[in-house]
Design a protein around this ligand. Structure first.
Ligand code: PGA
Length: 252
């Protein structure tokens, strides 16, 4: 029996106008209300956060953002800070591979963003994962291990206990190519979990959730989530359709 509370988080990426966001949320609320043993989250674009917050207040679905800046305020055109987000959402995705690949994020910026989020009480969902080249070169353990160590560097065990890690192999994101349940669980159990235990102690390390992300869909969710160290999923494409997101939640 797993003791960690499962989580299914949708990462809408750059999708959904305010109107479309309202429509999707209205469709999700009644269909997800029975899932009270799961932490359900929708991570929306910034502009959709107010409507998501308003509609989801008092429901079992929480709201998350997809990024933040590490400074609290100042001359950072186009950026959003942790204090600006904290009344709008509970979670924030940090270090998604698309941000690392396209927007210059690295382990150092991830570490600063994690600290900024924690300082205002936001719960970070910290993404780690290797590229196809790294995977084929046999560097998966090293790369994922480095991202966990550097991204979570300097945190206390109490702070770490509020963090969710998402293992998302880059080659599986949006490609339809999912890591097999065994492959994913192996990284969660034998790479990420031992580092969390080493950094934050066995009790905190064992209590932290490790989600899998990368082409999760209703048809493969149950098998993935059934693994010993896969504590739920971070869902991209399939979180944009109510049927798919509900179907994936049923897999927990
Ligand atoms: P995907 O994306 O489910 O569309 O593969 C997952 C993610 O990028 O978080």
């Amino acid at each position: 029996m797993k003791t960690r509370r499962p989580m299914v988080a949708g990462n809408w990426k750059m999708n959904k106008t305010i109107e479309e966001a309202a429509e999707l949320i209205d469709a999700l609320i009644p269909r997800l209300q029975e899932y009270n043993n799961i932490d359900l989250v929708v991570c929306t674009p910034y502009i959709d956060l107010p409507v998501a917050k308003e509609k989801l207040e008092g429901t079992n679905i929480k709201v998350g953002a997809q990024n933040l800046h590490w400074e609290t305020s100042g001359a950072y055109t186009g950026e959003i800070s942790a204090p600006m987000l904290k009344d709008l959402c509970d979670y924030v995705i940090i270090g998604h591979s698309e941000r690392r690949a396209m927007f210059g994020e690295n382990d150092e910026t991830v570490n600063k963003k994690v600290a900024a989020a924690l300082a205002v009480g936001l719960q970070p969902i910290v993404c780690v994962g290797e590229t196809l080249e790294e995977n084929e070169a046999g560097q998966t353990d090293e790369v994922v291990g480095r991202m966990v160590r550097e991204g979570l560097k300097g945190l206390s065990s109490e702070e770490a206990s509020r963090i969710v890690v998402a293992y998302e192999p880059v080659w599986a994101i949006g490609t339809g190519r999912t890591a097999t349940p065994d492959q994913a669980n192996d990284i969660h159990k034998n790479v990420v979990r031992p580092i969390l235990r080493e950094m934050f102690g066995a009790e905190v390390g064992d209590g932290m959730r490790i989600l899998y992300g990368g082409s999760v869909k209703p048809s493969n969710a149950a098998e993935l989530f059934g693994q010993s160290d896969i504590d739920g999923g971070l869902i991209g494409g399939a979180s944009l359709k109510a049927d798919d997101f509900v179907g994936i939640t049923q897999g927990v």
